[in-house]
Design a protein around this ligand. Structure first.
Ligand code: BDR
Ligand code: CA
Length: 314
């Protein structure tokens, strides 16, 4: 099965993404590392540990990473969408984690998991890219052990944190730019343009809720999130951004990608955090390096894949 590390800031859609990997029997989930993002690091870390417990995966180690962006101190939160506890007020109803938090930090855990692995490992960053930038900068030797980086982030057209910037990139554009610049590590970017099209509706959520305790818990995180996405989408549904990226990480090819030069605006002006995807027919002087950008999928296949994995258990 796919060897996988998830780097995350749970987050409602992160919760779905973690459960998707944790409940897939064909995935070897080596570890979960946490980063600040939707809510502060202590909260994302506690949520990640409780979510793995919910999924009956106390075998998966969790290590905490960056509590702030690489360069600038301002912290961008999205607790209006995810609730102040990251899970719409339901984090406390999750079981306590039985497995202690790792003593080592996120970067050290990733290094030891990569070095110990006999096969290349897929990394799925579904939060700000601070930990991944630190890993690649400090430990260039592990690059050969990374099969792919499949990240949720970026926007070809419209952003969600600003008019042009998507949250995970905007929360630490300097880190994101550092990661995108690593041209010897294959990188798939799953942008908002696609994740919005993969929204799931209330019928899908009702099936999930009826599938068992894990599905029920995941569904319990969604009321505020539904209220937010009702306005964005114009119908009763939610966008599971991070689960779309993890679906590609564990089922390569479920998303259709096209290769374009990509760069990130790490300047301090109004387009800070913008992903520039160079879709010109003739990119005479390409902006950025070639990245696989996920642009399409069979929507019904993807929704059924995610639902069956979340509902089925291992
Ligand atoms: C991304 O931002 C976060 O709020 C979500 O968890 C997702 O990773 C979407 O822009
Ligand atoms: Ca996230």
């Amino acid at each position: 099965g796919t060897k996988l590390i998830i780097d995350t800031d749970p987050g409602v859609d992160d919760a779905f993404a973690i459960a998707l990997a944790a409940r897939s029997a064909d995935v070897d989930l080596l570890g979960v590392t946490t980063v600040f993002g939707n809510v502060p690091l202590a909260t994302t870390t506690s949520n990640a540990r409780r979510l793995l417990q919910l999924c009956d995966r106390p075998d998966v180690p969790v290590a905490a990473g960056a509590s702030r962006p690489l360069l600038y101190r301002e912290l961008h939160r999205s607790s209006t969408v995810h609730g102040s506890d990251g899970l719409s007020g339901h984090a406390a109803s999750l079981p306590d984690a039985t497995r202690p938090l790792e003593d080592s930090d996120a970067v050290s855990l990733m290094v030891s998991l990569l070095e110990a692995s006999d096969e290349p490992v897929t990394i799925a960053p579904i939060g700000p890219l601070t930990n991944i930038a630190a890993l690649l900068a400090a430990h260039p030797g592990v690059r050969s052990k990374i099969a792919r980086i499949v990240l949720m982030g970026g926007a070809i057209t419209l952003g969600n944190s600003t008019a042009v910037s998507e949250f995970n990139i905007w929360a630490d554009p300097d880190a994101a730019r550092r990661v995108i610049a690593e041209d010897d590590v294959p990188c798939v970017m799953v942008p908002l343009d696609l994740t919005h099209r993969c929204a799931v509706d209330s019928t899908w959520l009702a099936k999930l809720a009826a599938s068992g305790p894990v599905g029920q818990a995941l569904n319990s995180f969604t009321p505020d999130y539904l209220a937010h996405y009702r306005q964005v989408l114009g119908y009763e549904g939610i966008v599971l951004h991070d689960a779309v990226a993890v679906a590609e990480a564990i089922r390569p090819g479920i998303l259709r990608a096209e290769t374009y030069p990509v760069d990130i605006d790490s300047g301090l002006g109004p387009t800070r955090g913008m992903t520039i995807v160079d879709r010109r027919a003739v990119p005479n002087r390409p902006t950025g390096r070639p990245v696989e950008v996920a642009v399409d999928t069979e929507l019904d296949v993807l929704r059924e894949f995610v639902l069956s994995r979340l509902a089925g258990g291992r």
